[in-house]
Design a protein around this ligand. Structure first.
Ligand code: SAH
Ligand code: SF4
Length: 403
């Protein structure tokens, strides 16, 4: 059913173009494979079934605990198996094409992923590390771009969209550990790590890439490998209601909801997916979220847009709506990007809003924008990758033929 705004032709489309497909490289990386899948690959290179379990344990340790970057390093694995693996596979992570360090210590990596099409520019995603006194949070992407187009989000303006594979999602955590020299050494297993938390708050809608995100997070949280506990992993969604319960049951991580508005009319505009899954349905899914409790609260993200959603009436309705849900509220000052049409609320207004919510009994920290100088803050991520137009591709093909 179309909304009135859609009939008037003023509303942004709910979702964009079909997804691009992923073409794996000729020599695929083992990163992102589960134990069962690793056993299969070992079978392919002739490791007999009775040895597979032990070899999988070794590989798991080298890849996900030690961060080995080549099979050569895996000295406890037999030479023959290492050679066999190296002929068919790699342990490559996404390629880092740029690293930017903000004056507040935030780091942003631009990662290049294979596109599988020589005539198409490589796919790119961004990944951001935010150091704080008591933790280090890695903001991970789930898609190249995003099929949704929230009105205030830079990623939503990107044309090209493709789901990341589980390996490319886990690969972001591994790249961060590589670049920060943050792998375990034998003496201090799991001690004093820099990356302690993961938030699925980079580019893309994680619940629209459910299977890969689940596989990746199960690997990231595995205690014999990367070892970041589920309580330190937060998945943020713009409200893909049917997959919220699945996230709780099948992944078991902390949940964050990008609410941003308390009335359907406004949320339809800010988060167009609301036209499919309106506020009441979204909040019901939160009430039913498996594992939510006062100790494991659901975070409600609320971007502060000047004169749009930041009145005290909005704050009052917010408190009313969240009644009965173990919640905390995260107020995010709007981060502008080139061409954005909103302004960030005045600081005074953010404080008033926050105070009201706090007095109603909710923790309501205002998220300090980090890495704004390198466009690494919430909603500023947008890789420059754009698909070539059909005409550009035709011209390239013609050029290739005349060479
Ligand atoms: N797609 C998911 C996760 C990625 S966005 C989601 O929407 O939840 C992570 C958070 O940043 C979301 O709450 C998103 O709404 C918010 N955000 C997007 N653009 C922003 C901007 N320009 N300023 C501040 N926050 C923004
Ligand atoms: Fe996609 Fe989230 Fe940005 Fe909305 S806010 S366009 S869902 S990345």
């Amino acid at each position: 059913m179309s909304s009135t705004a859609e009939l008037r032709g003023t509303a942004a489309p709910l979702e964009k173009t079909p997804l691009e497909t992923y073409v794996p490289p000729a020599k695929p990386s083992l990163i992102g494979l589960s134990r069962a899948e690793l056993a299969e690959r070992l079978g392919e290179i002739g490791v007999p079934p009775r040895q597979q379990k032990m070899r999988v344990q070794q590989l798991w340790h080298w890849i996900y605990f030690r961060g080995a970057r080549s099979f050569d390093e895996m000295t406890s694995v037999s030479k023959e198996t290492r050679t066999g693996l190296a002929e068919r596979f790699t342990v490559d992570r996404p390629e880092v094409v740029a690293e930017q360090i903000s004056n507040d210590g935030t780091r942003k990596w631009l990662l290049r992923l294979p596109s599988g099409d020589a005539l198409q520019k490589a796919h790119e995603v961004e990944c951001v590390y935010i150091p704080e006194t008591d933790r280090g949070t890695l903001c991970v992407s789930s898609q190249v771009g995003c099929t949704l187009n929230c009105a205030f989000c830079h990623t939503g303006t990107q044309r090209l969209v493709r789901n990341l594979t589980a390996g490319e999602i886990v690969g972001q955590v591994m790249v961060a550990r590589d670049r920060l020299n943050d792998w375990a050494d034998r003496e201090t297993p799991h001690g004093n790590r820099l990356v302690t938390n993961v938030v699925m708050m980079g580019m893309g809608e994680p619940l629209y890439n459910f299977d890969a995100v689940r596989e990746a997070l199960l690997i990231v949280s595995d205690n014999e490998g990367i070892g970041i506990s589920r309580r330190r992993i937060t998945l943020s969604t713009s409200g893909v209601v049917p997959n919220i319960a699945r996230a709780g049951e099948e992944i078991g991580v902390m949940l964050a909801i990008s609410l941003h508005a308390v009335r359907d009319e406004l949320r339809n505009e800010l988060v167009p997916l609301n036209r499919k899954y309106p506020i009441a349905e979204l909040l019901q899914a939160c009430r039913d979220y498996p594992g939510a409790s006062n100790a494991r609260r659901i975070t409600f993200e609320y971007v502060m847009l000047k004169g749009v959603n930041d009145s005290l009436d909005d704050a009052k309705l917010l408190v009313k709506l969240l009644k009965g849900i173990p919640a905390k509220i995260n107020l995010i000052p709007f981060n502008p990007w080139p061409g954005s049409r909103y302004e960030c609320s005045d600081w005074e207004q953010i404080e008033k809003f926050s105070e009201y919510v706090f007095n109603a009994g909710y923790s309501s920290p205002v998220r300090t924008p980090r890495g704004r100088d390198i466009l690494a803050a919430c909603g500023q991520l947008k890789s420059e990758t754009e698909k070539l137009s059909a005409r550009e591709r035709q011209a390239l093909r013609a050029m290739a033929m005349t060479d």
